[in-house]
Structures are given as C-alpha cells and as structure tokens.
Write a protein that binds this ligand. Structure first.
Ligand code: ZN
Ligand code: ZN
Length: 235
C-alpha cells in the first residue's frame, strides 16, 4: 500500500498542467521539491558583497518555473533554461545583465502543427537595495528589489520570456495554414490542390446525368458521348 511515486522534482509532467492541488492534499515531498525549485532561482548576494564594482559571473541551467507562457506557446515547466549572467554591484543595488536561452514549445496558429524553438534573450535589470534612493523614488512595480541578501531571477526571466513570445506563433514564417475544405496542411499538399464543389441546387441533376451516362453506355445504339452535360453547365 505505498503511495504513487512523486514526480521527479522539476520535471514537466501532465500533473503540472492541472491547476494546483489543494495545499492540504499535497505531500510533504511535493512541497519540498517546489520550494527547492523556487530557491534555485534565488541568488545569494553575500559572495558578491556591496562594494561598488565587484562582479560575479552566474552561469547555470535551471528548470523553468510554471506558467511561463501565452496562449499558444510557452516554456514547459521544468525545461532547462540556460542563464549566462553577470552580477555587478553598483551604488544603488545590483545590475544583472547577460543572456538567457529558453526552450519554448507551442502550436502553429495557422496549421496547428507543433512549434519548437529556443529563444535567446538579452536581459539587463537593476535590482535596488532596500533603502536606496532608487528604491525610495520608484513605484512598487517600477523597480525590482533586493530582499535581504537575495534576489530572485525567476520573475525577471518570466517577464522577459512572456513579453517576447508571439501571440500567433507559426511553424514557418509563411505557413499557408489549413485547407478550409479538407483540413489538411496546405504546405503538405500539391500547389493545385482544390476540391470540386457541386452547387447543391445541381446535385440532383448531376446524379441524373451520371445515371443517364451509365445506361447509354450499356445501350450500344444510343451512345452519344458527352451529350447533355455541357448544355446544363451554361445555365
Ligand atoms: Zn503552420
Ligand atoms: Zn483540401
């Protein structure tokens, strides 16, 4: 009677797609994994120190946090996000700059085929010290803040990713989308792909001519190939 195994920490799973379970029913292990995943994105500033000019490279690959996406494309939770950052102590706080590589997956807005890509994003952001002039003169949402001795990089990366993601991603820049009649991808079909559409008002007539052609073909005397059909189409 053992409980089902907990998902691998940070790994994308179908469970992660569902709304968060009731906190009371989540296991201790799940909560610990969640906390560790969040903490991985936190930088301890004690090594950097407060002396302006001191610098530190921060190169890591971290699992993406949940909810980094827009409707048709996003970063799968747990996907490896590569950070190549420089943390620089400045008068007012810590300047974070560098590049972030994030894998994104989604669906083509035109043909619904899967879309996969890696975004290379440039980031540059000042995290203000508590009590600094920058903090005092900026609104709550205008500047990121350093809390105690740490700063959290996840919100910066999330915001940068979400602002970069296209609302209508496409598999190729000129994806032609789907055929409105058969639903197949137009790019997979020959260029002359079309459907012969018979006007419903003439459908009965077309069927009668088909019958007529059958019977005349069987009757050797009265065979008049092609008769009739051209006349009616001119109406
Ligand atoms: Zn497409
Ligand atoms: Zn078609």
């Amino acid at each position: 009677m053992s409980a089902s195994p907990a998902p691998f920490p940070g790994a994308a799973s179908t469970d992660a797609q569902r709304p968060a379970a009731d906190p009371a029913t989540r296991s201790v292990a799940e909560k610990a994994a969640e906390k560790a995943a969040a903490k991985a994105w936190t930088v301890d500033l004690r090594e950097l120190g407060r002396r302006a000019g001191s610098m530190r490279e921060w190169e890591k690959t971290l699992p993406a946090r949940p909810g980094w996406g827009v409707e048709m494309i996003g970063v799968p939770e747990g996907a490896p996000v590569h950070l190549h950052l420089r943390l620089e102590s400045v008068m007012e706080g810590v300047l974070v700059s560098g590049t972030v590589d994030v894998p994104v997956t989604g669906q083509c807005a035109r043909c619904l085929d899967p879309v996969e890509d890696t975004l290379e994003l440039d980031v540059q952001e000042l995290y203000a010290y508590e009590g600094s002039t920058t903090e005092a003169t900026s609104g709550e949402d205008e500047v990121r803040r350093i809390e105690g001795d740490t700063l959290d990089l996840a919100p910066l990366v999330r915001d940068t990713v979400v602002l970069t993601l296209p609302l209508s991603p496409t598999c190729t820049p000129d994806c032609a989308g789907l055929c409105v009649d058969c639903g197949e991808r137009l790019d997979d079909l020959p260029s002359d792909h079309s459907h012969e559409v018979i006007d419903p008002r003439f459908a009965g007539l077309a069927a009668r001519f088909a019958d007529l052609n059958d019977s005349t073909a069987n009757d050797a005397d009265g065979a008049q190939p092609g008769s009739g059909s051209t006349d009616t189409e001119e109406n």
